[in-house]
Design a protein around this ligand. Sequence first.
Ligand code: ADP
Ligand code: MG
Length: 322
Amino acid sequence: LSLANKIAAGEVVERPASVVKELLENAIDAQATQIDITIKESGIQSIRVVDNGTGIEEEDINKAFGRHATSKINNDYDLFHIRTLGFRGEALASISSVSRVTMKTCTDGMLGHEVQVENGEIIKQQPAKAKKGTDILVKDLFYNTPARLKYVKSLYTELGKITDIVNRMAMSHPDISFNLVSDDKTVLSTNGSGKTNEVMAEIYGMKIAKDLVEINGETDDYVMKGYVCKPEHTRSNRHYISIFINGRYIKNFVLNKAIIEGYHTLLPIGRYPIVYINIEMDPILVDVNVHPTKLEVRLSKEQLLYDLINNKIKEAFRGMSL
Ligand code: ADP
Ligand code: MG
């Protein structure tokens, strides 16, 4: 079992940012409205995520660290109707097999439980006073997989990857207040106001605040909402384009193209826009179970989606010229 965990861990936990991503997804799935992330040495030394979500019942704690243990899916039907960010039940098992995990969780704000996990096994569990929610601390990442540790890039690069993940989670969940503190410095702080444009300005700079244009579109299959930044603020790479499906950040070449082509002649050569788009759709139309990181998705009716996005962006900037 421990070996299977390590193999799965290799796929799920590639780097510190993967841990942050999985823990944030869990906090969001647990309906948290406040999520505090504290990292030391870009997450290599420690990653702590505190949420005020549902917490985990005592009898479910053990299960939560088991492989393919998810409370989010019960049958085939569920697998094709995924509404939560997590569903593979691998994250906690994987993370706890390549680090030292301590978790305190409480469902009622009075008495909760504290557990210590090593090599994927709970080695200590005791009742503990706690606030409602879950407080999880991941220490010494990859201490038992030296090859993986070596593969981790510079602290600067890793911090960048973590920041990207938190930024994107904050954009797609503007009703949640996120705080990211790295080595005692606040990197991001959002207030949970519910406005994605405010989160974007927080992340990309107040200068863009007044130049974010709201776009909305609807077809039988899709409800699209987003903000496209006016072409006076461009960037030198595609990194500032964020596409989400049902609140999940995804990478998709075709939809990326729909956006860039939507700006058409408004972008100078080699410049890219700042864009946020979320598309809500019936989960049956999107297969997220393509890869363990859940970043790649397969879409049915991709062309219809291309047209919707592309047209709405063109509409937003009609009459403008470079
Ligand atoms: P998945 O998210 O795919 O179900 P995970 O390994 O990430 O699998 O988590 C296992 C289970 O532990 C979840 O299904 C959930 O029931 C529980 N869990 C994990 N983190 C939290 C959290 N922060 N708050 C509440 N429950 C959690
Ligand atoms: Mg999860």
